[in-house]
Design a protein around this ligand. Structure first.
Ligand code: PLP
Length: 392
């Protein structure tokens, strides 16, 4: 009998990963050996889920919301989401245009599977959330990066989109407020993008998972631009806004044709999103919002403190991010690549962060710190970074 060899599909080599979890594992290994580490690598709010949402989940469990539900979500949650998106994006959205998923991430995966294939192309920001490039590659489509520039406040170089779009482009991914830069795309930039893509038959996936964590301007969605709703998929969810990362609850708002395709993928994969979690999501959207405002205010204090502290360190400069909960300082004047410096910070200084290149090649020269951590810990991290820089 031939020896068993475990053969993994070739396509698996095209799937990437999220380094934050790897850095967390390495930090934990150091901690197990007695090292003190300040964790600024992971993108999840450090607050508890608001108690009204927790209570709603408990109530739903007790009422027996513990069975399968419809693939695209409970009708009452789809209705609540359609009302919320209609109001916040100033567009008319029907419940039939909403798909509920276990987190915002599956929207990315399902939409990529539904739209992309070999011979097609997808434009995406770089640096950006690493899952974009990963899922594009997985489908066999060509990933086409467009640089996000510090000198443009981490917005697109619009002329690059003009150069790179083609009849093969089936999808353009936008993310505002953005991970990892905290950059926000202005209405003017979005209008320019709309003008460029209008003659092309391509969809836009607008990742708005940080839409409520924005500090100065109100959030503006690509879907709100005249004529753009039909071709836009809004990705949003509960993870960041309501500190619900572990609940796994998100949604996509999209053209009903695409809803059908995504539904079929859901039926083949996760069947539905946890039913009692969906009941709690209705409370999240319809209940009091003061906890969200409190979290954003707390993030703002930390952002201002962190940015000021980083700019006071020699050879580091940091723009003030307009949204999300990340700072993305420029460390290129240190004369060292970002990966070894991030490793040095973790192993020697005890500060866990991510290097810019984990978000794409244009992230070289930057680090990403999450400020979903206490002011005290940010202060400790700043002191450690300052000492590490002096050492160089
Ligand atoms: N999009 C971006 C830009 C993110 O940073 C994240 C999570 O870090 C997600 C989507 C996925 O969020 P969720 O936890 O709801 O799947």
């Amino acid at each position: 009998m031939a020896a068993f060899t475990s053969t993994i599909a070739e396509s698996m080599n095209r799937l990437g990963t999220e380094t934050a979890f790897e850095v967390l594992a390495r930090a934990r290994a150091l901690e197990a050996k007695g090292k003190d580490v300040v964790h600024l690598q992971i993108g999840e709010p450090d607050f508890d889920t608001p108690s009204n949402i927790v209570e709603a989940a408990i109530k739903a469990l007790k009422e027996g919301w513990t069975h399968y539900g419809p693939a695209s979500g409970l009708p009452e949650l789809r209705l609540a989401i359609s009302e919320y998106i209609s109001e916040t994006r100033a567009i008319d959205v029907l419940p039939d245009e909403v798909v509920v998923t276990p987190g915002g991430k599956p929207v990315l995966f399902y939409v990529a599977l539904a739209l992309l294939e070999p011979g097609t192309e997808a434009i995406y920001p770089n640096p950006s959330y690493p899952i974009y490039e990963s899922v594009i590659r997985y489908t066999g489509a060509k990933p086409v990066p467009v640089p996000m520039l510090e000198e443009k406040n981490f917005s697109f170089d619009i002329s690059e989109i003009r150069k790179k779009i083609s009849p093969k482009t089936r999808l353009i991914i936008l993310n505002s407020p953005a991970n990892p830069t905290g950059g926000v795309l202005s209405k003017q930039d979005l209008e320019e993008i709309a003008k460029i893509i209008s003659p092309y038959n391509c969809f836009v996936l607008s990742d708005e998972i940080y839409s409520r964590i924005i500090y100065d301007d109100a959030h503006y969605s690509f879907a709100s631009l005249p004529g753009m709703k039909e071709r836009t998929i809004i990705l949003d969810g509960f993870s960041k806004t309501y500190a619900m990362t572990g609940w796994r609850a998100g949604y996509g708002v999209m053209n009903p044709h695409l809803v059908k395709a995504v539904n079929r993928l859901i039926t083949n994969c996760n069947s539905c999103t946890t039913t009692f979690v969906q009941k709690a999501c209705i409370e999240a959207l319809k209940g009091p919002q003061d906890e969200v405002a409190r979290m954003v205010e707390e993030f703002r204090k930390r952002r201002d403190f962190f940015v000021q502290g980083l700019n006071a360190i020699k050879n580091i400069s940091c723009k003030t991010p307009q949204g999300a909960f990340y700072v993305f300082p420029n460390i290129s004047r240190l004369g060292m690549k970002c990966r070894p410096f991030a490793e040095y910070l973790l192993n020697e200084a005890g500060v866990a962060c991510l290097c810019g290149v984990t978000f794409g090649e244009y992230g070289e020269g930057y680090l990403r710190f999450s400020y979903a951590n206490s002011l005290e810990n940010i202060e400790r991290a700043l002191e450690r970074i300052r000492k590490a820089v002096e050492h160089f």
